[in-house]
Design a binder for this molecule. Structure first.
Ligand SMILES: *[C@@H]1O[C@H](CO)[C@@H](O)[C@H](O)[C@H]1NC(C)=O
Ligand SMILES: *[C@@H]1O[C@H](CO)[C@@H](O)[C@H](O)[C@H]1NC(C)=O
Ligand SMILES: *[C@@H]1O[C@H](CO)[C@@H](O)[C@H](O)[C@H]1NC(C)=O
Ligand SMILES: *[C@@H]1O[C@H](CO)[C@@H](O)[C@H](O)[C@H]1NC(C)=O
Length: 456
């Protein structure tokens, strides 16, 4: 065809490459304000989510094959659901009913194309002979049960259900049951490429909330306190039609501000450093973000237009730690290896701080390995020994220590950003961006009335 018709795909390709580099190679603080883009209606969300769930479930036979098992059996009752239930249920289900049994199987042909999973809802006991007869047809040599002692995603079988199972299945089948936590972990951790579009939109919403909440539109120095601002975030979620998986924690940063801190109480003043740790929930996805803000001094000789250089330097150290962790996060390595290498690199560069990163997605603290815990800064037994999986999301949570001479204190510069695996880059990219500059509260900008105060 003509040159012209060839040029369009070329241009598209270039733009796509540029876009992928822009959002990853050079990690950045977005230059334009984030937008509140409405999520689809509840009805549309339900069908989108069910479409994702169907694809994720369709992957289970491959996972069974990978972990050398032929069946995965989930047994649960209403209000005592297996952890996995929440990742396989239909969007319009809010509980498992009665006793719900799900049997995922790896061999479609042995059951004449029966659905996968097979599902029974029972309160008469009739399910047991049917399950036994299905197992006879399927003849699985290894049946995974969610009985792991350490990993919640692989340990959701309630003890009463386990006892009933032992009695009803008998020795013949019970001796074929195994614990293989990686199956559940990989199932929950693996995200579909098309989920990213909505995850990105949620992250943009988070940034828009941060840009508004950490500004004169929600903070009036000398009047607003940290609890007012906390509830401003909660109310904002309500307006945006999203929920959360933990109460936002906001504090005025002092040398006592440590990770997991419950937030401080007190009136926000000019010259304060603010910290928030919060996440939103929608479409069975969760976010988790920590940012810093600075409340500008607005009068007299001390009047400022930007955060002090010493604070910017502290944030740069945290940004450098994010780079170090992401460079080390190679799929297949254990979380502990990534942690060790990252701590060594920090030491080589003279950065002090702590790393405690976790997977995120279906849950705020999702399935998979971790790099550190707040109380386990150098090595995490069990969870830290699992491999990093690709095709998933992580929350890069850490802080650098930095001495701030004007205050004569060493502060923790707490940061948390969510990253997603990128097939093109074979590496991780920030879902929306990362904080490289302080959000600024500038009370000179609220000249008119404090009109956004309705929620405070
Ligand atoms: C929230 O939902 C309501 C009711 O469907 C809708 O009118 C409103 O536009 C939604 N808001 C956002 C920000 O999505
Ligand atoms: C979801 O709904 C479909 C269609 O009604 C049904 O076949 C399937 O068993 C449901 N899945 C679960 C986990 O209940
Ligand atoms: C699946 O089941 C069919 C019929 O029972 C059997 O012939 C076949 O070998 C099985 N395949 C695998 C991979 O187990
Ligand atoms: C700075 O803090 C240290 C330790 O808390 C204290 O010994 C020192 O006197 C302080 N310096 C100034 C100038 O206040």
């Amino acid at each position: 065809m003509t040159m012209f018709s060839l040029r369009i795909p070329c241009l598209t390709l270039v733009l796509a490459l540029w876009a992928s580099l822009g959002s990853s190679g050079a990690q950045f603080h977005p230059q334009v304000p984030a937008q509140y883009l409405p999520l689809p209606s509840l009805r549309q969300r339900a069908s989108i989510q069910d479409d994702w769930t169907a694809d994720r479930i369709a992957n289970i036979p491959f996972l069974l094959h990978k972990y050398r098992a032929q069946a995965w059996l989930l047994v649960q009752r209403e209000h005592a659901e297996d952890t996995i239930w929440w990742s396989v249920k239909n969007s319009t289900d809010f509980d498992a009913h009665r006793r719900t049994i799900l049997l995922f199987h790896g061999n479609q042909s042995s059951l004449n194309g029966a659905p996968n999973p097979l599902k029974w809802i029972d309160n008469t006991g009739q399910v047991w002979p049917e399950l036994l007869s299905t197992l006879s047809k399927l003849n699985p040599e290894r049946i995974i049960l969610n009985v792991d002692e350490n990993i919640a995603f692989a340990g959701g079988l309630h003890v009463g259900e386990f006892e009933v199972l032992q009695r009803e299945l008998g020795q013949q089948w019970m001796q074929r049951t195994i614990n293989e936590p990686m199956l559940a972990i990989e199932f929950v951790a693996t995200k579909l490429p098309r989920q990213f579009v909505y995850y990105h939109q949620m992250q943009e919403m988070v940034w828009a909330m941060l840009e508004e909440g950490f500004s004169h539109r929600a903070v009036q120095p000398g009047i607003t306190n940290t609890q007012d601002l906390t509830w401003w975030f909660r109310e904002k979620m309500q307006v945006l039609n999203v929920t959360t998986w933990n109460q936002p924690r906001i504090s005025v940063v002092t040398e006592d501000t440590y990770p997991g801190w419950q937030g401080s109480e007190g009136i926000i003043q000019e010259g304060d450093i603010l910290h928030i740790d919060f996440g939103i929930t929608a479409m069975h996805l969760n976010t988790d973000t920590q940012h810093l803000a600075y409340v500008l001094r607005t009068s007299g000789e001390d009047a400022e237009t930007d955060a002090p250089e010493s604070l910017k330097e502290g944030l740069r150290k945290s940004n450098r730690m994010q780079d170090i962790v992401l460079d080390n996060m190679k799929p297949g390595l254990t979380g502990n290896t990534v942690l060790r290498r990252s701590l060594d690199q920090m030491e080589a560069e003279g950065i002090e701080g702590q790393i405690y990163c976790h997977p995120i997605g279906d849950w705020g603290h999702d399935a998979g390995t971790v790099m550190g815990f707040v109380n386990l800064p150098e090595y995490v037994p069990v969870l830290g020994e699992l491999p990093i999986l690709p095709k998933t999301y992580y929350s890069i949570e850490l802080y650098a220590y930095h001495f701030v001479p004007e205050r004569n204190v060493t502060l923790r510069f707490l940061q948390e950003e969510n990253v997603a695996w990128s097939e093109e880059l074979q590496g991780w990219k920030f879902v929306y961006g990362r904080q490289e500059k302080f959000h600024l509260v500038d009370s000179r900008r609220s000249i008119i009335t404090f009109s956004d105060q309705t929620n405070l």
